[in-house]
Design a protein around this ligand. Structure first.
Ligand code: APR
Length: 315
C-alpha cells in the first residue's frame, strides 16, 4: 500500500518539502492550506506532479484546502503559521501561531488519528507542545523539527573551517530552537574525531555562535521571510527514518519525562526515530557547563509555554 504524508501549510517550507518528498518517492503527498488560499496548494501540487515526468518520479501529489484529502496519513508535517510582522510582539506571534497550530492539530487528530506528527512552525518547541496537547496523541508520535536543521548549520560551518566534506561531519546540537540552543563541540566529530581536537577554542566559539544565529542570519539576508531549503531537507531526514524504520539517531524536539532532568516540555535531544516515531531518547553525559546551558535553554522554552498558558492558547 502506498504511504501518505500530509504537509499542512503550502508556503515556502511546505511546498519545498513536498517537492523533496516527491523526488525521493517516499510517499504520496497532500499539500494543504487554508480555504482563503483557494487554488494555490492544488496549483503547486500539480506543478510538482508534472515535474515528475522530467525528473523521473511517480509520487502522487494532491493540493487541497480541506482535510478530507488528508484522511489516514502516515505522517503529518505542520508548517502552518505566520512570520513575525513589524509591530508584532513575541507574545502576539506566539498567540497567533499557537491558535493556528491548535486548529490544525484538531483536524489532524480527526483525520489522521494514527499519524506521526512533525511540527515545523515557530516558535518550535512551544508549537510542538500545542500539537501534543491538542491531538492528545502519545508523546512518541509528536516531534519537532529543529535539531537536524541546527546541526546541519553547525556541520557546514565546521566543514568550511576545516575544508573537509560536510558528509564527514557528525554534528550535535541540543536544547530549544532559539538563541539558547546548545551546540555540543565535544560530541561533534569529523570522521570520528571530536572537533575540539581539530579546531582552536576561538574558532569553535565562533562556530557555536554562528550556529545559534543561523536562522537570524538568513532572515537578515532574505528580508522577506525565513529559511526553507535546509528546513525542508531536515524534515525529509526525519520522515525517511520513520517511514523506512531506519532508527536513525537524529536531534529532534521531544517531550521529556525526566530525561536530562527535564519534565513536561519539548526540547531538542538525540532521538531514535523509527516506525513508531520517537523510539528512544538518548542520554548524553554532559559537563557541568553543558548542563547549565541546557537548563537555560529549557527555562526559555518553559517561559514560552507559561506565556501560552497565561494567554489561554496552550492547547
Ligand atoms: N492551516 C493551514 N495552513 C495555514 C494556516 C492554517 N490554519 N494558517 C496559515 N497557513 C499557511 C499560510 O497560508 C501559508 O501558506 O501556512 C503557510 C506558511 O507559509 P510561509 O508564510 O511561506 O512560511 P514558511 O516560510 O513556509 O514557514 C512556515 O515554518 O520554519 C517555520 O518559522 C517558520 O513558522 C514558520 C513556518
Amino acid at each position: 500500500m502506498r504511504r501518505k504524508i500530509t504537509v499542512v501549510g503550502a508556503g515556502n517550507v511546505g511546498a519545498t518539502l513536498a517537492q523533496r518528498l516527491a523526488e525521493k518517492e517516499l510517499a504520496d503527498v497532500v499539500l494543504l492550506d487554508i480555504p482563503q488560499t483557494e487554488g494555490m496548494p492544488a496549483g503547486k501540487a500539480l506543478d510538482i506532479l508534472q515535474a515528475g515526468s522530467v525528473y523521473g518520479y511517480d509520487t502522487k501529489l494532491t493540493g487541497a484546502t480541506d482535510y478530507a484529502a488528508a484522511e489516514g496519513s502516515d505522517i503529518v508535517v505542520i508548517t502552518a503559521g505566520v512570520p513575525r510582522k513589524p509591530g508584532m510582539s513575541r507574545d502576539d506571534l506566539l498567540s497567533t501561531n499557537a491558535k493556528i497550530v491548535k486548529a490544525v492539530s484538531e483536524q489532524v487528530a480527526r483525520s489522521s488519528p494514527n499519524a506521526v506528527v512533525i511540527v515545523v512552525s515557530n516558535p518550535l518547541d512551544a508549537m510542538a507542545y500545542v500539537a501534543l496537547r491538542t491531538t492528545r496523541f502519545p508523546e512518541e508520535r509528536v516531534l519537532g523539527m529543529a535539531g537536524v536543521l541546527d546541526s546541519a548549520r553547525m556541520a557546514v560551518f565546521v566543514a568550511q573551517a576545516l575544508d573537509v566534506s560536510v558528509e564527514d561531519v557528525r554534528p550535535m546540537v541540543l536544547g530549544g530552537h532559539g538563541d539558547t540552543m546548545v551546540p555540543l563541540p565535544r560530541y561533534t566529530t569529523v570522521a570520528g574525531v571530536p572537533v575540539t581536537e581539530l579546531l582552536s577554542k576561538e574558532k569553535i566559539d565562533a562556530i557555536v555562535q554562528r550556529t545559534r544565529d543561523g536562522g537570524a542570519e538568513i532572515v537578515k539576508l532574505l528580508k522577506t521571510g525565513s529559511a526553507y531549503y535546509a528546513p525542508s531537507a531536515s524534515v525529509v531526514a526525519m520522515v525517511e527514518s520513520i517511514l523506512k524504520d531506519k532508527k536513525r539517531i537524529l536531534p529532534c524536539a521531544a517531550y521529556l519525562n525526566g530525561e536530562y532532568g527535564v519534565r513536561g516540555v519539548f526540547v531538542g535531544v538525540p532521538v531514535k526515530l523509527g516506525a513508531r516515531g520517537r523510539e528512544e531518547v538518548l542520554q548524553l553525559n554532559l559537563t557541568v557547563e553543558e548542563r547549565v546551558a541546557l537548563q537555560k535553554s529549557v527555562d526559555a522554552v518553559r517561559e514560552l509555554v507559561e506565556a501560552m498558558q497565561r494567554l489561554g492558547v496552550a492547547g
